[in-house]
Ligand binder design. Sequence first.
Ligand code: SME
Length: 167
Amino acid sequence: MADTLQILQHADKEQQYLNLLPQIASLVENEPDFIANCANIAAALKESFHFLWVGFYRVVNQVLVLGPFQGPIACTRIAYGKGVCGKAWQQAVPMIVPDVDQFPGHIACSSLSKSEIVIPLIIRQQVVAVLDIDSLLLNDFDDIDRLYLQKVVDLLAHSFDALCLRI
Ligand code: SME
């Protein structure tokens, strides 16, 4: 595993994701520890795209509990169906919020957050965690982010599933 992330300096968003994906794959492929993999993925996404906040919430005893993240401190627990994260968990689908102030029930961990994307991590039909990303910019996420962040979460799911099968 390389210990330095290679980042394209003058590339569009899709090229950056394409450059990042194999690096994330190599970060997680031989590491069975879920927390370690979440931590490195959060760091890789933050360093590549300079989002305000990148992190994971895990489903623990029927609540989302803060996991590894990069960015300002955040709320530690989110109930089922609450906020963007709780909604993505409830509906088990990715959610893009172009303007967080227009999202009923949005949980503002930072007043600097303007838009948000949440991708649930689904293992055997169960949401076990969500990837949550906040941006300083309005309308910062689109189908390209959804597509490639889903691929990132799929890599994590694969490593998580491999871990479950080993136990
Ligand atoms: N905004 C999220 C809460 C988590 S923070 O953004 C880190 C939500 O509405 O679920």
